[in-house]
Structure formats: C-alpha cells, structure tokens
Design a protein around this ligand. Structure first.
Ligand code: PMP
Length: 405
C-alpha cells in the first residue's frame, strides 16, 4: 500500500495490492468473499515457511514464539472491535460462531416455551442453528418484518418482543440489501425484556467501524475471509461473564484443565471453546488483514463503498426494467432484479464482460420470499473497486438488456 494510494482527499486506489485481481476484471462479489492483499498473503506465507510450529504446547523456542504471535493476533483482532483479547474465541467462521452460541449458551439457557427473535433478512447461518436448538429445547422462533425501504423494522421489533424472548439474533449489515442495523437501538429493545442479543457482523466488520461496547450487544460474530483475511478463521466475541458461564461446545485437546476417565475439568474461556489444534496461520493472516484495514481506516472504507453503491444504484435505476432493492444508504452491497431476465443469466453475461457478480438466493431464502423474488443479482464493493468497476457493471447490464431485447 503506497502513501499515494492512501493520500487524504484522494479516492482509494488499492487494486495494485491484490495480486488475484488482473487488470480489467471487475470483482464485485466481495460480500461472498474478499480478495486478499499482498500483506495478508505474505503473513500466511511467512507463517508457514520460516516460523511455523504448533501453539500452546511446545516446550521449544519456535513453539513459544508462535504462541506469542498467535496470541498477539488475537489481541490485535480484538482491538479492531474494541474488545479485550480474552473475549475473543477463534472459530472457523461466522457459521461456526453462531452454532457455538446456539449449542452452548442457548441450549443451556432456553427452556420449553421460550422464544427466539430473528429478522426476515437473515442469512441461513443465522436461522438454521436457531431452528436446530429451538427444536432441541422446545422453543419457538418469531420473525421481525422489514420496513418499506428494506431495513429490519425496529418499531415492529419493539412491539412484538416479550419476556419469553430470551435471544435476539440479527445481521448488522444485510448480505443481500446492504441495509445497516442500528445495533445500539436493537440491543436496547432486546435488553428491555431481559433478552440477550447476538449480532451477525459478517458484512459489517469489513464495511463499518465496530465497537462492541458502544453497540451494547452480548455476542458479535464475523468471518475472517470477508475482511480480506483467510478462510477457515473467524471470531465469536462475547462478554467475559457470558463466556465464563457457557459450557464447552466441542470436546478435545487444548480445551481442558485436567482429564481422567472419571471426570474432566475445562480450561477457562476462550480456551475452553477452542478444542483441537487451531488454525494458527489463519489467525496470523487475519491479524495482517486487520492491520491492512486499520491503515486505511474503516470510516474511509465505508465512505468509499457507499459512494460506489450510490453510483451503481443510480446507473442501474436508469434502466426501467431494473428494480434496485435495499435502502439508498446501503453499505457496499446492492441487489437488483431485471424484468424477464433470470439473475443467473445476468451473472453469466456479465462474466463475459469480465464483471463478476453473485446471482442466486444468497443463503437468504426467507428474504427472497418476502421480496417476492426467486433470486437477485448482487454487486458488492470493496477497497479495490473504483468508478471503473461501476462503469463496467453498467455497460455489462446494457449488454444484457440488448441481448434480451
Ligand atoms: N452471515 C452473513 C450476513 C453472511 O453474509 C455470511 C456469508 N455469506 C454468513 C453469515 C456466513 O459466513 P461463513 O460462511 O463465512 O461462515
């Protein structure tokens, strides 16, 4: 990353940091997974080629060094969301983090007749784990509707929540619509009836500054690979008092205090939730990704992406067969449908013009049903995109229109 690329007042121009993005390719599928900048790739390479060893158990120097680096990564990642290191549990990704909370906290704290409150726009990974635990404990699920401009309706939430709701689980930023939740307000509404609130921050952590204390939530989860880090590593944050009271999720090595065939005692959190040899180099890669976004600044990233989305929305709205979904101020993500053209066809034709978008239900089938569509086309933006990518998208869409006449 050069100083010129980051000079104040200039638009972000960072594509040169991303070796997997060749010139002329508009990669607009960051909401699925982000491309990796060179410093992240270098950190992963270094992790394996000159510094590799296991963590926590080795009595030799290399392992002690790797343990320090691994725990420093935890502290660095914790700092990004304003949390202390001991409140960060490393998991495979947001999906595993939500399953952990469902199978540990919810299975312990929910009883028959209790209720879980979700929203209409949730990703399947913030629906299915709750259905599984609800079935296991005899709880029920309620769903908050959306406003006319496709946000989670917090007035409806306030009207429908009751003391039986023990847990609320909501997306901070929708992976389909880009709408941003007022998490502080949602937390207040949840806490007014004594419910805990989990926030799925998968699409938010790469796009908006997150401070878990200011948000007031109880659990916050995200995946490293959407934050320019590697796959296979993600984060569950929970307040220490909550983590301390939660039973383990998986058993195995590393998560114990003492084991005998009569009785096993567990290590304190977060170790208790990290059974098995962890994704050591994944943590180092994610920490390098955190350094990368921190150097740019999340406020700047947010401004950059919302500007691109606004341009894209304006360009798409000009085409009268297109319906653009989501609110005008959506964060980095825009979904749209085109009359008479399946999103998969849009995606395939755009690919011929070297524009990569996502087409499908985006793991949000209940949302598709609520929007009255089978699927959408989705463009999502990142630090490596620029106005040229919006222009390529718009030109590609014009071509789709010509082909389908
Ligand atoms: N929630 C949201 C909002 C997402 O966008 C995604 C990934 N598409 C997930 C959860 C699941 O993340 P992962 O597949 O990395 O576990």
């Amino acid at each position: 990353m050069t100083d010129t690329a980051l000079a104040a007042g200039r638009p972000l121009d960072l594509v040169a940091d991303f070796p997997a993005i060749p010139a002329g390719w508009a990669y607009l599928d960051t909401a699925a997974t982000a491309q990796k900048p060179k410093p992240v790739i270098d950190a992963i390479t270094r992790g394996y080629d000159t510094t590799y060893a296991t963590v926590h158990r080795g009595v030799y120097q290399r392992s002690a060094d790797m343990t320090l680096a691994y725990e420093a990564a935890r502290a660095n990642i914790a700092d990004l969301i304003g949390a202390p290191a001991n409140e960060i549990v490393f998991v495979r990704g947001a999906t595993e983090a939500i399953n952990l909370v469902a199978q540990s906290w919810a299975a312990q704290n929910l009883k028959p007749g209790d209720r879980i409150l979700l929203s209409m726009l949730e990703h399947h990974s913030n629906i299915v784990p709750w259905q599984m635990v609800a079935e296991r404990v005899g709880a029920a699920i309620d769903v908050i509707p959306l406003t006319a401009d496709h946000r989670i309706d917090l007035d409806a939430m306030a009207a429908m929540i009751r003391p039986e709701h023990k847990l609320v689980a909501l997306a901070h930023v929708s992976n389909v619509l880009g709408s941003i939740l007022d998490v502080a307000k949602a937390s207040e509404i949840a806490h007014a009836v004594g419910a805990k609130i989990l926030i799925d921050g998968c699409q938010a952590v790469p796009r908006v500054a997150v401070d878990v204390a200011a948000l007031g939530c109880d659990f916050y989860v995200f995946s490293g690979h959407k934050l320019y880090g590697p796959t296979g590593i993600g984060v569950l944050w929970a307040r220490a008092d909550l983590l301390d009271a939660m039973p383990p999720y998986q058993g195995g090595g590393s998560m114990i205090d003492r084991v005998s065939f009569e009785r096993t005692t567990y290590a304190p959190a977060p170790t208790r939730f990290e059974a098995g040899t962890p994704h050591i180099v994944g943590a180092l890669g994610l920490s390098a990704a955190v350094d990368y976004v921190r150097a740019i600044g999340l406020d700047r990233i947010h401004a950059h992406e919302t500007a691109l989305v606004r341009e894209a929305r304006a360009a798409l709205s000009h085409i009268n067969s297109i319906r653009v979904l989501g609110p005008d101020d959506s964060a980095g993500i825009v979904s749209f449908v085109m009359e008479g053209v399946h999103p998969h066809d849009i995606g395939t034709i755009l690919d011929e013009s070297r524009v990569a978008i996502r087409a499908g239900h985006h793991c949000a089938q209940p949302l598709m049903a609520a929007l009255g569509v089978e699927a959408t086309a989705r463009a999502s933006f990142a630090v490596y995109n620029g106005p040229g990518d919006v222009a390529a998208l718009a030109a590609g869409i014009e071509r789709v229109k010509r082909i389908f006449g």
